[in-house]
Design a protein around this ligand. Structure first.
Ligand SMILES: [Zn+2]
Length: 423
């Protein structure tokens, strides 16, 4: 089911920020899109660890969380204008709680607005130019569009979603790929399997940080949000289930944000939707007919989100941040690199294959790296210690001794000529 809503979306107090992803899943400098509505949120950021990231996204979060206004100076420049001190926010918050004690009911909420973070997986920036997207364009036309956002390496779903809620590069938050091997515990991680909290505990996601500030939080299928990370989950969460529609997810999250007579609403909620990534993997981002269909659905979902926020009275009283995690490149059966043509299958253990191949060599790593680099013009193999600084991808034991990166549009396979559909 989809609902399109035309007309006046934004009240005058609402601010919108949008960023767009351009490149692909197979390389590192993806541009992403990013939307924010309204301008303030009150969180105590004492536990925030962010000293190794330069993400626009994190800075936006910082602005919002500090209760600052985001001032956009250009496509990549902005500053936070401090409004009130954190102490003042918390003081107001206390007063608000006392006041609510008398007034009762979610409708009486008058304090800082909650923040809803929404991710549309794998939304490539040029989709915005190639397809109509009227609801999204209407949303950001009255706010701010951020045209560039750098994905973290590797540009996969789980690493980038955890970056969005921790502000950390993958080497710092520990979700270094969708498939990982930890040599100390000798255990494997794969999306959809063995997803225990331990893998996520090298960092603290925002829904936990906000709990420490006395706020309720929620996660609807956002990677990691269903787990007791450092023994705590968000106040409310909903594990991943592809059968749950976008409308059902939105209804759930708006109910939690609203609260009721007994329960105060959540102040931070993260909502995940798996399109257009799923269709992009299946049809390829260059398949205009198929992608037009799914992007119409994505845009309808944005209309539905705004409609639901209006129906529940949250519109105009909530910050909404719409993001994606990475872009996507067109692959081809004509552009395959067969690992078996380069190194003997018995000479290594394969941890992850695409888009960044992670290898544990059984003998001298340097010899294997040289073999790989001489083997094919469209791959670059790195010893772990030689991985370029700009990837921020060295300092974690879950990063394997050798990684192999294919050029844009090329796909590494182990053998055969079948193009995999990876997630
Ligand atoms: Zn993704």
């Amino acid at each position: 089911m989809s609902v399109c809503v035309a007309g006046d979306y934004l009240s005058s107090e609402v601010k919108v920020v949008v960023c767009c992803y351009t490149i692909k899943e197979t390389v590192f400098y993806s541009k992403g899109w990013y939307v924010s509505v309204q301008n303030e949120l009150y969180f105590d950021r004492a536990h925030w660890k962010h000293n190794d990231t330069n993400l626009v996204s994190l800075t936006i979060f910082q602005c919002l969380i500090k209760g600052s206004e985001v001032k956009w100076l250009g496509s990549r420049e902005f500053k936070c204008n401090a409004r009130r001190t954190t102490f003042f926010h918390l003081y107001n918050r206390m007063l608000l709680k006392i006041l609510l004690g008398f007034l009762c009911g979610a409708a009486a909420r008058q304090g800082p607005p909650p923040l809803l973070l929404v991710s549309f997986d794998g939304f490539r920036a040029d989709y915005l130019q190639r397809f109509p997207m009227p609801n999204l364009k209407l949303l950001y036309s009255q706010g701010v569009l951020v045209e560039e956002l750098t994905s973290v390496f590797v540009t996969k779903t789980f690493p980038n979603h955890y970056t969005l809620v921790t502000g950390l590069y993958t080497e710092s938050h520990g979700i270094v790929a969708n498939i990982m091997y930890d040599p100390v515990s000798k255990s494997y991680f794969q999306v959809g399997k063995n997803n225990t909290p331990w893998w996520w505990e090298e960092a603290e996601p925002l829904w936990i940080t906000a709990l420490d500030s006395g706020y309720k939080t929620a996660g609807v299928m956002w990677p990691g949000s269903e787990l007791a990370i450092r023994n705590r989950t968000p106040t409310y969460f909903c594990p991943y289930d592809s059968d749950v529609t976008f409308q059902q997810r939105v209804e759930l999250v708006t109910k939690w944000i609203q609260g009721d007579e007994k329960e105060e609403g959540v102040m931070f909620a993260a909502l995940y939707w798996e399109e257009p990534d799923r269709s992009g993997h299946f049809y390829g981002p260059d398949n205009t007919t198929a992608m037009a269909k799914v992007l119409k659905e994505v845009d309808d979902n944005i209309g539905l989100l705004v409609s639901e926020l209006k129906r529940t009275g949250l519109w105009g009283h909530i910050n909404v941040l719409i993001v994606s995690d990475h872009g996507m490149s067109q692959c081809s059966a004509e552009r395959l690199i067969q690992l078996d043509d380069c190194i003997h299958p018995d000479s290594y253990t394969l941890v992850d294959l695409a888009p960044v191949t992670a290898i544990i060599p059984h003998s001298d790593p340097k010899t294997m790296v040289d073999l790989l680099n001489e083997c094919h013009a469209h791959i670059t193999a790195y010893l772990k210690e030689d991985i370029p600084e700009r990837f921020h991808y060295r300092n974690n034991i879950r990063i394997q001794p050798i990684i192999v990166v294919a050029d844009d549009g090329w796909t590494i396979v182990q053998h055969g000529n079948v193009l995999p559909h990876s997630q």
